[in-house]
Design a protein around this ligand. Sequence first.
Ligand SMILES: Cc1ncc(C[n+]2csc(CCOP(=O)(O)OP(=O)(O)O)c2C)c(N)n1
Ligand SMILES: [Mg+2]
Length: 630
Amino acid sequence: MNTKLLQKQSDTLKFLSVDMVQKANSGHPWVAMWLSDIITVLSKHLKHNPENPKWLNRDRLVFSWGHASSLIYSFLHLTWYDISLDDLKNFRQLWSKTPGHPEYWEVPWIEITTGPLWQWVANAVWFSMASKYAQNLLWEENIDHKVYCFCGDWDLQEWMSYEACSLAGHQKLDNLIMIYDSNKITIEWNTGLAWNENIEQRFLAQNWNVITIDWHNFEEIDKALTLWKMSDRPFLIIAETKIGKWSVNKEGTASTHWAPLWEDEIKISKEKAWLDPEKTFYVDDEVLKEFRKNNYLNLDKNIDNNLLNKLQNPDFSKIKWPDFSDTDSVATRNSNWKIMNAISESISWFIGWSADLSPSNKTELIWKWIFPNWKNIYFGIREHAMAAITNAIALYGLFIPFSATFFVFSDYLKASARIAALANIRHYFIWTHDSIWVWEDWPTHQPIEQLSQFRALPNFYNFRPATAFENVESWKVALSLNSPCSFICSRQNLENYKYNPIIGWVENWAYLYKKSENPKVTLLASWSELELIIKSAENLEKNWISVNIISMPCFDLLLEQEENYINSIFDKNTKIIWIEASRGLELYKYCDEVISMQTFWASWKANELFKKFGFTVENIVEKVEGFIWK
Ligand SMILES: Cc1ncc(C[n+]2csc(CCOP(=O)(O)OP(=O)(O)O)c2C)c(N)n1
Ligand SMILES: [Mg+2]
């Protein structure tokens, strides 16, 4: 082992990153200072291809820390990715290739967008699980990549890491290695203030192998990285480190997490490393050659390209959509189940599961062998990990995934839904039991604000189909989008209205269901409230009040419709009234009045509660008449 050259490589990596932060006058220089040794040794083990960063069988390298970004970028530059020295000099500038936290669509070989700690740990777990599944699709010998994941104290404090690592141990993921920077410091101070776990025992109990090493000893690092390849289960390296290790005054203090280095300190440190203190962004040829000499492998030689192409560009036109024309009434969770199975039959790599609620969510795919041999993935009751894992399923590059739970428990996975929206991840969230109709369950199980919360999320489309027909159309539209979508489905049967829309259809996100002569009122709803407004309209018309009706399966894209379309369905000369059994504050954008929920619900029979909270024809008619004459 040429430790002298390794040291030179590590120092180059370190000071490139430090120069980046210094030039930007912003960032976290210290992470690079103490991570560079291990990354340098790791670079000898990694299998990847800078000419094709998306090469399917590449090793996945997953950094939990966005705050290690300067190090990640300088590493990518040195290993020949499309990140130039100028890009490094542009660190943290607007629209640069080197933003503060790495975004997977902007930076090559970044597997997934990071920022909220712990998400990446769960993502890494899937990248590892995916390889098992990909082996079944594309033959074992073609897929043998490894997954390397870095994490810190904070990641292991977050509950997601318990969920994800427990699943990894259960699945015996033998190609997953996690390297834990155990410096016992987080932002506030010593971790001992709030955390005192024996990490080794915790991971052993979760069915991992564990080893502890000295972070700065090249040979020890190399030995550990070699040893783990023989492990029959996931492997944790606990690397005992000192935060701010190279700082004369600040070693071991929390402020080095984010504190800048000062000019003199950089110069002294460069001198100590035998580098010219006056030079910045300096890379010598020997170092560059060494980083770039690794065996970069070619594209998949043995993989059937036709098959790969088919998997990566699914033909949705082949789906045989279920026919609901003979169905009088159906719960949308049931129509959704039929639709998902139709998709799954044509697209066998449409996969997913629910967090222990599949009998209620109706997400069982008919070919139900268990992962990794077939498509049903048992996540256990781990909503948060499930959603982060499903994000990674989408980004692995082969699969079209969904996850499922009760709508109210979407709260538990909101952070992953946000990442999906921010990073354009095609992840389908199936959320059933969408309001009061959870039947004698508690207010804790009845969603009130969730719909408004997810409508507030940009680039996230929530479909709340009122009928099985709308449900089919919603899926067609969702599959054509490159964004996350949710399907918010009913527990109870709904009248399966058969009609021809007057203007627009599901792809316009709200359409005119009924148009009257000289209308006085426009009533709007989605889901089961559609049934309610149709019946209310019949009664209003008996009282000579003519009504237009709009069904609105997806509010989010209604926001994107052109003014002309909006004007064609919303008659401004009418009183526009929206009825929705949830909070609905956003609905005022289009409406004069909203009949919605102002409080939590209660524990009782759902149909009785609907009456109690005013979702009855009599009450709607009375309220609408009041609005008209007020
Ligand atoms: C979910 C979440 N909570 C809080 C933060 C803010 N944050 C960024 S880094 C950090 C502490 C990191 O501690 P550690 O992982 O030990 O890294 P070190 O300070 O040792 O480099 C926190 C709290 C975040 N990014 N994500
Ligand atoms: Mg720490």
